[in-house]
Write a protein that binds this ligand. Structure first.
Ligand SMILES: [Zn+2]
Ligand SMILES: [Zn+2]
Length: 141
């Protein structure tokens, strides 16, 4: 089983992700954009038991604006780590914090909120897949 190493921007907090992600893609929602300060969030979803903080746990900050997302970052550098989604049973590790991850996006979610259209031929979900409580509706690129 492969294990990928991740860290915050300064390296104070390190973590690892074991096995394979359950899903990878891009989220265009306003919350992801605001939190990441970027036009789109590249996500990789992992089972909670696959993700482990290996150093710097006392420096991990948590903020939950909604009960579906517990956002984690390093309190020393402000660098983002990952977001726990307890109601969906997954942890979203920002692809950029796992440099060794072979990022293969399968879909785009929350495309109705996009500010950056990406014409890569991948499915564009209006909101979320049905199995995650969304409509499952697809939009044009
Ligand atoms: Zn840091
Ligand atoms: Zn989002």
């Amino acid at each position: 089983m492969s294990t990928l190493q991740g860290s915050c921007f300064c390296g104070e907090v390190t973590f690892e992700a074991s096995g394979e992600p359950a899903a990878m893609g891009y989220c265009h929602c306003a919350s992801c954009r605001h939190w990441s300060a970027g036009p789109v969030n590249a996500f990789s979803l992992w089972k909670p038991e696959s993700v482990r903080i290996t150093r710097g746990a006392p420096s991990v900050g948590t903020f939950n604006k909604t009960p579906t997302s517990y956002r984690k970052w390093c309190t020393k550098c402000g660098g983002h780590l990952f977001t726990e989604h307890p109601t969906w049973g997954v942890v979203d590790i920002y692809a950029s914090t796992l440099p060794q991850l072979h990022f293969e996006p399968a879909l785009h979610v929350n495309y109705q909120e996009t500010v950056l259209r990406i014409k890569d031929g991948k499915p564009k979900m209006k909101d979320m897949p049905k199995e995650m409580g969304g409509s499952g509706v697809l939009l044009a690129e």
